[in-house]
Ligand binder design. Structure first.
Ligand code: JFZ
Length: 578
């Protein structure tokens, strides 16, 4: 593979810590990128003492011989929107000595117009469904059985002899006080701590691999899985895209891997291609589809990166050669995901646990697949080159009320877990979910709201109910969410949020008045906008679009609104802007 040179360079630097050839020569140090254009990269490096010439390598291939007096080079003729690995070698007179710089990885940019076109559907979508589904769904956030953990005083669920008894991935009801606060554990004198996420149960309960695979085979059957029903619920909730875990950290893929790593098709009695069914139904319904893929962590592969309690190596980490084999498996999986399923989004995870060389190899392999210029990537490959949007998790960042011009997506659970947790009762209210969606949208973000289906393929009833309720609100107010621009108001409004867009050539403001802040006197005070004046205002839900009386004072416009909030969560008022 063309990138083997970069890899060899990286390997040698990593494996031995010393450069190729003799020690007295100085590496071409400080190799860096000093500029890029869509078709070129400018390199610079520090002169190596006594070097007689330099050789610049691109993706492992000799690109150019450079005279010893030069320590910069413009590499041209590149593909835009691609990534490259550069290294520089130095040679010294007639000696055989050769020294090698560290590799640098760089992306050639796409034009802003190309980016805007590629991101257009994603920015307009605003609202998507995250799905965490896999063998962990069968354990459902509760485990009793063998564990590699040793008994610990404040963890009574770890018994002597390597037995786990009633480990839970959630808070227990008795740990929560009537006012919702978390009680203090008398054993530790600290507030109770729940176990990790339900989809992390193999790691947090340190379940031996053979036991996890045994439970997978015996308990995960997807017998009631209905992709059409999943897509119907997503669409009726007002969601425009679905992102599903194609392989989570347990390393068991939901797509057939044909022996190239674990999969539900190989490790259970499921023979269906559940992801093919979902992609097909999503396409029929006009929804975009993304695959979450845990590229760095794989607790069921000896080469999975990072600390894996089940690894018997001294540091519980992957031996280097096993990791190299794992890296190539990841590349083959990703090629399958793109070529066979035609996904629109690659939702990476935990990339910080991987090496720059691996990140480059995966992304270079993708760039070499025809037609991948359209793909959208999240930022969790952690290569700081190819991420298209930030992924704040379980939180809404303190983005300015008018947005910050970047693309970002908050992903969030409905209760405390991503994977299904049978005992997790801490469900967010629909009221809260809708106002979160509005808040996120008003700041220019997307909301990826998670469902954790059960092992049989059904959604928990609490999830079904919330999706339906959000959908009812979206059916009336969706136009104030989809394809909108961030609020024009700064500082933030105190009674709700705002979004805006151009409709039929007219600039339109959507005022989202939260029910808990509805003006009791019927007077909604809206700050005046310095560069625009308000035209007609009316309730979005009013099909007659009856104008709301409006008076303008020095700093504000006062709208006369009904005495009671029209919607129990958030009422949308349309204001035509002149
Ligand atoms: C990751 C996964 O570990 C988790 O199981 C779930 O899939 C979630 C959507 O993504 O969770 C993370 C990832 C990154 C951080 C924390 C949790 N982080 O950077 O702090």
């Amino acid at each position: 593979m063309r990138t083997s040179f970069c890899r060899a360079a990286a390997l040698l630097m990593v494996a031995t810590g010393i450069p190729v050839a003799t020690l007295h020569a100085q590496l071409p140090e400080g190799l860096k990128v000093t500029g890029t254009t869509p078709q070129s990269v400018t390199l610079a490096w520090k002169a190596a003492d006594n070097a007689s010439s330099y050789q610049v390598y691109r993706d492992g291939q000799l690109y150019r011989n450079v005279h010893a007096a030069d320590t910069t080079l413009v590499v041209s003729g590149l593909q835009s929107f691609d990534i490259y690995c550069f290294t520089v070698k130095a040679t010294y007179g007639n000696s055989e000595t050769v020294t090698q710089s560290n590799p640098v990885y760089v992306a050639t940019p796409e034009t802003q117009e190309q980016r805007d076109q590629r991101m257009a559907w994603w920015r307009e979508a605003r609202f998507g469904m995250f799905i965490h589904w896999g063998p962990y769904s069968a354990l459902a956030g509760h485990y009793s059985g063998p564990t590699l953990l040793q008994p610990q005083e404040n963890q009574p669920w770890i018994q002597p002899g390597g037995v786990m008894k009633d480990y839970y991935s959630c808070f227990r009801p008795e740990w929560i006080a009537a006012d919702g606060t978390i009680r203090t554990n008398p054993l530790t004198g600290k507030t109770y701590e729940r176990g990790g996420y339900a989809e992390w149960i193999m790691f947090d309960a340190q379940i031996p691999r053979e036991e996890y695979l045994r439970r997978t085979r015996s308990d995960f059957h997807a017998e009631k899985y209905d992709a059409k029903e999943w897509v119907r619920m997503a669409k009726e909730a007002g969601m425009k895209y679905i992102v599903i875990t194609s392989k989570h950290h347990d390393g068991i893929a939901l797509f057939p891997t044909h022996g190239d790593g674990h999969s539900i098709q190989a490790d259970t009695d499921i023979r269906r291609d559940v992801l093919r069914e979902l992609v097909d139904e999503a396409r029929k319904a006009g929804l975009k589809i993304g695959f979450y893929y845990s590229q760095a962590l794989d607790w069921n592969d000896l080469g999975g990166m990072d600390y894996v309690p089940q690894n018997e190596t001294p540091d519980h980490r992957a031996p280097y050669d096993a990791q190299a084999v794992y890296n190539q498996k990841v590349i083959r999986h990703v090629q399958t995901i793109i070529r066979d399923y035609g996904v629109d989004i690659l939702w990476w995870d935990m990339g910080a646990h991987s090496k720059p060389e691996f990140r480059y190899q995966v992304m270079k392999a993708i760039k070499q697949i025809p037609g991948t210029q359209r793909l959208i990537f999240n930022d969790r490959m952690e290569d700081h080159m190819t991420g298209d949007f930030k992924t704040p998790e379980q939180s809404i960042p303190d983005t300015p009320s008018t947005g910050d011009g970047t693309d970002w997506e908050t992903c969030m659970t409905l209760n405390d877990n991503w994977g299904y947790a049978a005992h997790d009762f801490r469900w967010k209210t629909t009221h809260d979910l809708i106002q979160k969606l509005i808040d996120i949208t008003s700041k220019g973000g997307n909301f990826l709201l998670n469902i954790g289906p059960k092992a049989d393929g059904t959604f928990p009833q609490e999830s079904i109910d919330r999706l339906a309720e959000v959908g009812k609100w979206m059916a009336v107010n969706g136009e104030a969410i989809y394809a909108t621009q961030p609020s024009p108001f700064s500082p933030q409004l105190d009674w709700g949020r705002a979004t805006r867009k151009t409709v039929n050539g007219k600039e339109v403001l959507y005022l989202h008045v939260f029910a808990q802040h509805w003006p009791k006197d019927g007077k909604l005070v809206v700050p005046r906008l310095p560069s625009a004046s308000f035209g007609k205002a009316y309730l979005l839900s009013d099909t007659k679009q009856k104008a709301l009386p409006m008076t303008t004072t020095g700093e504000a416009v006062v709208l006369r609104v009904p005495a009671k909030a029209v919607d129990p969560v958030s009422t949308t008022i349309v204001v035509e802007v002149k």
